[in-house]
Ligand binder design. Structure first.
Ligand code: R5P
Length: 294
């Protein structure tokens, strides 16, 4: 019912207080539109950081160890992470739609592990990303790879599509076997992806000069996990990446292949959000897992 009296009574105009629009805590995102910022803020929490769980491996390599049953291996981890990165097939068939994680949707596709991996195309129409309520879409970019240009154009095409509907793009640096994961390469790949318009970049950690990779990338970098390492090493890598400017992690095997993945994901979150150092995080893992030796 219309409330004319409510309008007449309105008097709280705060005339001596300038309007405040809070600073936006995500790197390089201040000039984006509200919808895109709102989606980014589902992924990155108030501290500007994120714990994203990657379980999209099946899109090119089938049922990876730890992902044979996503309902058993991943769903129990969801309450402990900010964002879930997977394929639309798994989101629709297995992930409960009432989970409150940000959905990061794998949107490039093509070859299996039996073929040349860089030969990808676009695997998801943007309208389906909207339908599935994606907070971001993920596109692999193979800088230096055989189909480099094709993968770059996959990225730019999805960025254009994302701009139309307000969905950010996570550009994923894919390092081929023949390429060195050093700071020089990672600076090149991450900066290219950001310059082409991706709002988030995922990349591997490198032991030397990783801070130059994060410093020269104008948007948030989140660290990829890679093959399973001993828990202490994985937690140290996450700690180093965050200390050197990463805005979060997007880890898969180092979490879901663990003997105690729920304990590990909480230890990783402790590093990202609570400032735990590697030893404190390892103690948390050992404590929560009752001494898992991996
Ligand atoms: C990159 O190719 C995909 O996003 C991977 O499936 C994912 O990044 C792998 O995560 P991790 O290396 O931590 O298992």
């Amino acid at each position: 019912m219309a409330d004319l009296e409510g309008n007449l009574d309105a008097h709280n105009y705060g005339l001596d207080t300038p309007q405040v629009t809070g600073a936006f805590p995500i790197k390089g995102a201040s000039s984006l539109d509200f919808g895109m910022k709102h989606r980014l803020a589902r992924i990155f929490k108030e501290d500007g950081k994120t714990v994203m769980l990657a379980f999209d491996h099946g899109y090119f390599q089938g049922p990876t160890s730890g992902l044979e049953r996503v309902d058993l291996g991943i769903v129990p981890l969801a309450p402990h992470v900010d964002a879930l990165m997977g394929t639309r097939g798994i989101f629709r068939s297995v992930i409960p739609a009432n989970s409150d994680n940000a959905v990061v949707l794998r949107a490039s596709a093509g070859p299996s592990i039996l073929k040349e991996l860089s030969n990808e195309g676009i695997g998801v129409d943007i309208s389906d990303a909207v339908r599935i309520d994606a907070a971001a879409i993920a596109v692999q970019v193979f800088v230096g790879g055989e189909y480099e240009t094709q993968s770059v154009l996959n990225l730019t095409q999805q960025i254009d599509a994302g701009m139309e509907v307000g969905i950010p793009v996570l550009g994923v640096t894919a390092v081929g076997k023949e390429l060195t994961r050093d700071a020089r390469y990672l600076r090149l790949a991450t900066r290219m992806i950001a310059e082409l318009g991706a709002q988030i970049v995922k990349t591997y950690y490198c032991e030397e000069d990783f801070e130059t990779v994060t410093a020269s990338c104008p948007v948030p970098i989140i660290m990829a996990g890679g093959k399973k390492l001993p828990a202490k090493d994985a937690l140290t890598m996450a700690y180093n990446a965050i200390s050197q400017g990463a805005s979060g992690v997007d880890m898969g095997r180092n979490i879901f292949q663990r003997l105690a993945p729920i304990a590990m994901v909480q230890a990783v979150s402790g590093v990202v959000h609570d400032g735990l150092n590697p030893q404190q995080a390892l103690e948390k893992y050992l404590d929560l897992s009752k001494g898992a030796q991996d």
